[in-house]
Design a binder for this molecule. Sequence first.
Ligand SMILES: [Zn+2]
Length: 164
Amino acid sequence: MKQSEVVDLIKLIDRTYKTDYAGDEEIVKDWFKVLKQYDFNDMTDSLEYYMTNYTDYPPKVYNLTKGYQTIESKKILDHAKTRCIFCNKEIDFTDEEHVNKCRSIEFIKSAVRRFKNQDIDKERYLKMSKEEFQKYYNASIDLVINNSTNEREVNMWKKYKENL
Ligand SMILES: [Zn+2]
């Protein structure tokens, strides 16, 4: 954000908390040094949140930036791609849903291979709706519970089902 925007925020703080930050050149300089890396709208939201929750003391600059990404790191995160550790497809860095689904597909695959000696079509599972997928996932858990000779494994999945 621009220096004039920082001054606007500081003036708002002064009006709310009866401070005189805007009249202190050092404070304006220090705040600008940090806040120039952040988005004006983010910091406005953050200040509004602070003002409605903490009415006794004016915010420190870190109260505003806490939990927000700088403009620079936002750009990096927005475009960040990674590869799914299970299927190796390129996915958004933040796509946890895909990774969780792939992890479950790996489980189904190994259960079907172990107890039915068959291979599964992973693509088919990836395309399934959540509900349909859950049905197959639960069936694979039953497959393990009913066929595995590993007592610990069976008990773990039984517990998992109890907690569903
Ligand atoms: Zn994947």
